[in-house]
Each structure stands twice: as C-alpha cells, then as structure tokens.
Design a protein around this ligand. Sequence first.
Ligand SMILES: [Zn+2]
Length: 282
Amino acid sequence: MRKKKPVEFEVADAKELKLVCIAYEAIQKIRILTANKIDGTADAYHIPKKRVAKLHELFDVKLKEQEKSLIPLLNSYGSIHPVWVEWLSHVKGIGPVLWASMLSIIQDINRFPTISKMYAYFGLSSMYYKCECAEGHKHLMMHDPIDRKDLCNVLKDDKGHKCNAKFTNVEKVEHKAPHRTAGYIVHWNPTAKTLAWKTANTLFMCGGKYKTQIFDHYKEKIAASNKDMPKMHIHNRALRKLAKIFLSHLWTKWRELEGLPADKPYSVAYKGEEYIAPIIDD
Ligand SMILES: [Zn+2]
C-alpha cells in the first residue's frame, strides 16, 4: 500500500485556515487572469494554438499545481471538524475547498447567537437600513443604528480615528435584499455574500437533494405566485432561498454539535413557514 504523503503544515485553527484560504484564492485569481490574458492576446496576434498551449503549460498549469498543493493544508483542519465529519461530507456539492472557505469566514459559530445575525453578516437579510451620519457619511446597515446607539465608524485619518458622529437619517427598507449601492458603505461582509451565492450555485449545479428538494420546490412556489416574473428572476430568487436554507442548516448543525442552543428561524417559529431539516445525500 502506498504511504500517504505527510502534510507539510498542519493548520491549527480557523484563523490559520484563513491565511491558507487567502493564498489559495489569490493564486486562483492570478491563474485565471493569466490564462485569459494569454488567450486574448494570442488570438489578437494570431499565434498558433500549439505554441499557446506550451505557454499555458509554463504559466497557468504550474499555478494550478500550486493551487492543488494547498488542498491538503485546507483539509488538514477542515476534514476533522465535526460539521464536516457528521454532515457536510455527506452533502453532494460541498467539497473541502468550499468548506474551508466557510470555516475561515465563520470561524466561530458563537459569533452568531441567532440565524438572523448570520443572514445579516452574509448580506442575505430581507430588510436593511439606509443611514446617514451627521457628517454626511452614508451606510447600508443591517440594524437600526439609533436603536443601538451606534456611532459612525468611517475612518477619518490614517491614525485610526473614526468619525464617531451620531446617525441622523435612518430609513428602514423592508422586504428587499440589500445590494451594494454607489456612495454607501455596506455593513455585511461582501466576501461572505459572494461565498453564499457560490455555495448555492454549486449545490444547484451538482443536482443533489439541495437542488431537487429545496431549489426546485421554491422555484415552483415562486413561479406560481408571481405569474409575470421573468424566468431569470425566479431562478435567482430560488437560489437565494437555497443559500438561506443551507446557511440555516449549517448554523443549526454547527451549534448542535457544539452543544449550543439552536432555535428554529424566525420565519418558521413565528410565521408558520415550513421547516426543512438539514439534508444529506448519502
Ligand atoms: Zn460619519
């Protein structure tokens, strides 16, 4: 039997994992950019495909190897995590890289005492606040800053001094998902939001039970109650629902495995929405 190659570096915690994820994503970004630029320019210069393939081997194929060499590091922490062992390793579509990204972003499930707090962090809430401080800084916030006596956190100089002005103008926007808007500082984590959409897309593409039992179900429901809605819009709404349900499952499983209280989402507990338990494919 072939011996498994030992991992060069054992990731000790979620913070170290974050560093490995940053490296992985940075290499991936450069690899894709390199490949695209080579192709684009080679086309314009009419360079023969064979020659171009050789250049790909020298540049982006090597970067791909670099990228791959980081997977055992990502795995060294992710694969022993109880959420992976007990649940996610049995969900079609969630691989070690995607799981490592989630782990490195969430780090500690204690940060989110309620599922709504997690939705807010991932930019998946259905309401937000358009706010302005006395100095005119504009924010899209996930809670009412006047209620919480929050002060404006915009940096005023490079010494770390903050604006600290009170919020004077707050408008609550309901039944609408927040989006990046020019001139506004956002109070969700854009990386987390991208990851949530990427996860939903992957679950959809893989066609496992998250697609057949959740996405398809909601797509039908949304289409039935919005007869004139464009198909793409229905698809995106169902995908958003899939992202939220998957996140709620992740939150519940993770908290249960750590012995923390895990209440059902507000929409299930108080609004009579159906409860769907975490799903496994095998
Ligand atoms: Zn301000």
